[in-house]
Design a protein around this ligand. Sequence first.
Ligand SMILES: Nc1ncnc2c1ncn2[C@@H]1O[C@H](COP(=O)(O)OP(=O)(O)OP(=O)(O)O)[C@@H](O)[C@H]1O
Ligand SMILES: [Mg+2]
Length: 251
Amino acid sequence: MALIEARSLAKSFRIPSDRRETVREHLFNAFRPRTFERLDVLRSVTFDVQQGETLGIMGRNGSGKSTLLKILCGIYRADRGSLRVGAPITPILELGLGWNPELDGIDNILLLGTAMGLRLREAKDAVDEILAFAGLDRFANVPLKHYSSGMASRLAYSVAFKTVREVLVLDEIFAVGDAEFRERCEARYRELSAKGHTIVLVSHDPRVISTFCSRALLLDEGRVAFEGRGTDVVGEYSRRALTASAGPARA
Ligand SMILES: Nc1ncnc2c1ncn2[C@@H]1O[C@H](COP(=O)(O)OP(=O)(O)OP(=O)(O)O)[C@@H](O)[C@H]1O
Ligand SMILES: [Mg+2]
């Protein structure tokens, strides 16, 4: 049996369809109910993830990749369809969730590490290793609000890599950080994959999908439009990218 089974997942959002930009427009329209339109982001998404495999997900901006990952991790609930996840997941999605900008690097490691499931003792023992992996030893006592955005991302990823459970779900992980940090993340990621972790990763980067993913999906119009080996999906993605525009298809 597959470790993750997603069947006909659907998700839509309500977005405001009237524009109120100026103070005047807001004042004059204050008592008029806002109108909304429905955005069908995922219409019917079906796929399996086998134990120990790395599945890639590609698709243009707004095609619903991050939404799908949030459903996998239990952050959003699908409107329809069914999902079975047979093992605990470590999500590495949007950065900055759970941070406290006033606290320094070490306290944020303890905060995020315990939020992600480490015991306080384990988190304390891991501080040096996490700082070293992030390359941020010098900034251990600096409040997070004074970190650059790349530095904050490095810290978040380094904590997440230390707390990995059986399944790792990554959104555009290789897009942050500089070349040197990226290489370090890739090496850690290979190590996890070799140890048998199951990985689901979203990326726009053809190299990442073809190198790391034995199998990949292409999301388009709220469905799995193409499924195959990483390299084949990359080919299909670039072929379609030549003709596509951003955003999910209109209802
Ligand atoms: N909470 C929300 N409320 C309203 N609309 C949302 C919400 N989350 C996502 N959307 C909309 O759903 C669509 C898909 O968003 P999503 O973030 O899943 O796309 P994506 O494929 O990850 O795009 P990207 O490649 O830019 O990361 C977008 O049009 C977005 O505006
Ligand atoms: Mg996204």
